[in-house]
Write a protein that binds this ligand. Structure first.
Ligand code: ITT
Length: 192
């Protein structure tokens, strides 16, 4: 079976993507290939950051790989936190601090419109390709639900009356930014 590295340290993301990719590829995490490097996400766009991660792994390990960069854009905050989503509250990956800061900055603003976006950068057979996905929604005033990760407890996707954190992984995966980007990736990977 062909191997493909998913350049992430985020176990939730790994689980979501592995469920979508199925058995067609053996998915390897950074842990699986013994990569302990801190890959700097210094880009100003999701595309740049995804490419930084996949290029780093490809150059160092000479393996086919993909990376994603995702984030939340809130219209009333001029697209913040965007590429700073992971460290919006100050510490990388402190999801509670990130949500606290977002809810504080948004206050009682009635415009709660937002979207999650994902860009996947794939390097395979020395070619580089990009896949994108997005999901529109609104920011709740309070957290609801315990599933998922990141901003899931305060994000309600359009057409639903529950947050991502109240959905099963399968339900979230069907409509999420990452799920949609991964669908394009898998369509490409399974094309003859
Ligand atoms: P890696 O860089 O190791 O892959 P990460 O947690 O930094 O993991 P991203 O750069 O893709 O992941 O995402 C940045 C942040 O955006 C992430 O830490 C969350 O705060 C938020 N985010 C991304 N996808 C999300 C999702 O599906 N649900 C909730 N929050 C999400």
């Amino acid at each position: 079976m062909r191997q493909l590295v998913f350049a992430t340290n985020n176990k939730h993301k790994l689980g979501e993507v592995a469920a979508k990719i199925g058995d067609s590829f053996k998915l390897l995490s950074l842990d699986d290939i013994g990569c302990r490097d801190e890959i700097e996400e210094t880009g100003l766009t999701f595309t740049e950051n995804a490419a930084l991660k996949s290029r780093f792994i490809h150059q160092k390990y000479k393996l086919d790989c993909f990376a994603d960069d995702s984030g939340l854009e809130v219209d009333a905050l001029n697209g913040e936190p965007g590429v700073f989503s992971a460290r919006y509250g100050g510490t990388h990956g402190d999801h509670e601090a990130n949500m606290d800061k977002l809810l504080k900055n948004l206050g009682d603003n009635p415009n709660r419109k937002s979207r999650f976006r994902t860009v996947i950068s794939l390097i395979m057979d020395d070619k580089e390709l990009f896949f994108e996905g997005a999901v529109e929604g609104t920011i709740r005033h309070e957290r609801t639900g315990t599933g998922g990760f990141g901003y899931d407890p305060i994000f309600q996707p359009d057409g639903h009356d529950i947050t991502f954190a109240e959905m099963s992984m399968e339900e979230k995966n069907r409509i999420s930014h990452r799920g949609r980007a991964v669908e394009q990736l898998t369509a490409f990977l399974s094309a003859p």
